[in-house]
Design a protein around this ligand. Structure first.
Ligand code: HAM
Length: 437
C-alpha cells in the first residue's frame, strides 16, 4: 500500500501538548482569578465575524486589516467573513447587538484564539491566544488606571519581572485631525526622504509613519510635529490624572510620545507593556481607550477602555523567569492485576472521584511491576492496589508513592476493606499539604 502523506499543522499555528498544560492552566487560572477580583465577567464571542466589522472597526489602513486578516467568502451563502484578528471589535459588536449597556456600564474579560497572517517567528504566530479586558461605558481615567493596575498585579502573580510600561495619549479626534494635517504638510515637504511604506501611509494614516523602524527616517520622524503640541486642556488633564493615579499606586511608567499602536480605534490613553527578554516581539500587552468605537459600529456612543495580552509571549517570559508549574496526572493511581480485579478497581475509583479525588485506573492489562512504574510516573500520591487475593477478600492495598509528612497514617503499605478505602485516602489527603512534598 502506498504510504500516506503526513498532514501537518498550518504554518504559524501551534498545538498545545499535554507537557505544556500545567503552565497554560496556571496562566488561565491566574488571569481569571485576577479579572474576577476586579469585578470583570467572562464573555465569549465567535472566532468568525463579518469582515466589515474589522474594516470599519480597526481601520482599512492598518497592517492588521490591510495585510494580516484571514478573510474569505463563505461558498455556501456568499457572506464575507474573517477570522478575528483581535477581540475588541467583536466585544463591542456583541455589546451593541445585545444592548449590554442599557442600564449600567460593563466590565468584561475574554480568553481565546486570534488569527493574523504574519510572518511567523518566536513570539509571533498566525494563531495566538489573547487574554483581554474591556471596560465598556466608563469615561475614565480612573478605569484606565484600574486596568493598568490589574496588568501590573498580573505580572507579579505570574512571576514576571523587569517589564516596562509605556504610556501615551492620542487626544481627541479633532486634536488628532489638526495634528494629522500638520504631519501631512511636514512629510509632503520631505517626500524624498520617505520610504515606500511611509509614502503609502502619507494620506491614509500619517500617524503610523511615526512608528517606522527605518533608521534612515529616524531624524525626519524625530523632528515631525508632535501630537502633544496639539492637545487641548481636557486631554492634558486626562493624562495628568491617569499619571497621578499610577504614581499613587506605585506603578512605574515612561511617557513615549511616539507610541501610536497599530489599530485605528484609539483616543486618549494608549499603553504597552514591553520586555527586553523576548527579542523583537517585545510587547506582551497593549491597550487603550476607544471612546469612538461604539458609534463607529452603529451603537450609542459610549466611552470604553481595555487591553489584551498575548498568552504565548507571556508564557515565554514566565519560563525566562523560571516559572515552571507542574501538575501530577492524578492523586491516586489504581493498579489491578488478575481475575476479578477490574470491577472492584473501577468501583473504588468512582468513589474517590465522588469525593473529588483525581483518580486514574490503569488502562489495559500489564504486570503488577509495570503498572507500579506507571503509577510512579503519573505523579500520584498513592497507588491503590487490587490483586486477586485482595479482590477475593473484599480488600484493597493503599501504598504511598512518595514520602508523606509524619502526621499522615500511611507510612507504608496498608491493606484495608475496599468499601473504606476511598474515605481513608480522602481523609489522608486532607491532612497533607502538597506544598510539604
Ligand atoms: P494588539 O496590540 O494588536 O492589541 O495585540 C495585543 C497583544 O497580543 C500584543 O501586545 C501581543 O502580545 C499579542 N499579539 C499580537 N499579535 C500577535 C501574534 N501574531 N502572535 C503572538 N502574539 C500576538 C489588540 O489586539 C487590542 N484588541 C487590545 C485592546 C483591547 N485595546 C483595547 N482593548
Amino acid at each position: 500500500m502506498a504510504s500516506k502523506a503526513k498532514i501537518k499543522a498550518v504554518t504559524g499555528m501551534n498545538d498545545m501538548l499535554p507537557g505544556d498544560s500545567a503552565i497554560w492552566t496556571f496562566f488561565e487560572d491566574t488571569v481569571r482569578d485576577v479579572a474576577t477580583s476586579y469585578g470583570y465577567r467572562p464573555m465569549r464571542t465567535p472566532v468568525l465575524e463579518p469582515t466589515a466589522l474589522f474594516t470599519h472597526g480597526i481601520g482599512e489602513a492598518t497592517d492588521v486589516v490591510e495585510k494580516e486578516m484571514y478573510s474569505f467568502e463563505d461558498s455556501l451563502n456568499g457572506e464575507k467573513l474573517s477570522l478575528r484578528p483581535e477581540n475588541t471589535a467583536g466585544i463591542v459588536r456583541a455589546a451593541i447587538e445585545h444592548n449590554l449597556l442599557y442600564d449600567a456600564p460593563r466590565r468584561v474579560w475574554y480568553f481565546g484564539p486570534m488569527f493574523r497572517h504574519e510572518r511567523p517567528q518566536r513570539g509571533r504566530y498566525r494563531q495566538f491566544y489573547q487574554f483581554g479586558c474591556e471596560a465598556l461605558g466608563f469615561a475614565g481615567p480612573d478605569v484606565d488606571a484600574e486596568l493598568i493596575l490589574m496588568t501590573s498585579r498580573l505580572w507579579k502573580e505570574l512571576g514576571i519581572r523587569e517589564v516596562k510600561l509605556e504610556l501615551n495619549t492620542l487626544g481627541e479626534p479633532a486634536e488628532r485631525a489638526a495634528h494629522r494635517e500638520a504631519l501631512i504638510k511636514y512629510f509632503e515637504a520631505h517626500l524624498d526622504a520617505l520610504n515606500e511604506t511611509a509614502r503609502h501611509r502619507l494620506y491614509l494614516n500619517p500617524l503610523r509613519i511615526l512608528d517606522t523602524k527605518d533608521p534612515d527616517m529616524q531624524q525626519l520622524v524625530e523632528a515631525a510635529p508632535r501630537l502633544i503640541d496639539y492637545l487641548g486642556e481636557g486631554s492634558r488633564a486626562f493624562l495628568a490624572s491617569l499619571e497621578r493615579q499610577l504614581e499613587r499606586a506605585g506603578v512605574d511608567y515612561v511617557i513615549n510620545p511616539r507610541l501610536v499602536r497599530g489599530l485605528d480605534y484609539y483616543s486618549h490613553t494608549v499603553f504597552e507593556w514591553t520586555t527586553d527578554r523576548l527579542g523583537s516581539q517585545a510587547t506582551i500587552c497593549g491597550g487603550g481607550r476607544y471612546d469612538g468605537l461604539m458609534e463607529i459600529l452603529g451603537g450609542k456612543p459610549a466611552p470604553c477602555v481595555g487591553f489584551a495580552m498575548g498568552a504565548e509571549r507571556v508564557l515565554e517570559l514566565m519560563k525566562e523567569f523560571g516559572v515552571h508549574p507542574t501538575e501530577p496526572d492524578c492523586t491516586v493511581y489504581v493498579v489491578h492485576c488478575g481475575e476479578g480485579t477490574l470491577d472492584p478497581a473501577v468501583e473504588v475509583a468512582e468513589e474517590l472521584r465522588d469525593l473529588g479525588v483525581a483518580t486514574i485506573v490503569h488502562g489495559g492489562e500489564a504486570s503488577m511491576k509495570s503498572q507500579m512504574k506507571k503509577a510512579d510516573a503519573s505523579g500520584a500520591l498513592f497507588a491503590l492496589i487490587v490483586g486477586e487475593s485482595e479482590a477475593a477478600a473484599g480488600q484493597v492495598s493503599i501504598k504511598p508513592l512518595r514520602e508523606l509528612p509524619e502526621k499522615t497514617a500511611f507510612s507504608g503499605q496498608k491493606t484495608v476493606p475496599a468499601e473504606e478505602a476511598a474515605r481513608m485516602i480522602f481523609d489522608e489527603i486532607l491532612v497533607i499539604d502538597t506544598k510539604d512534598l
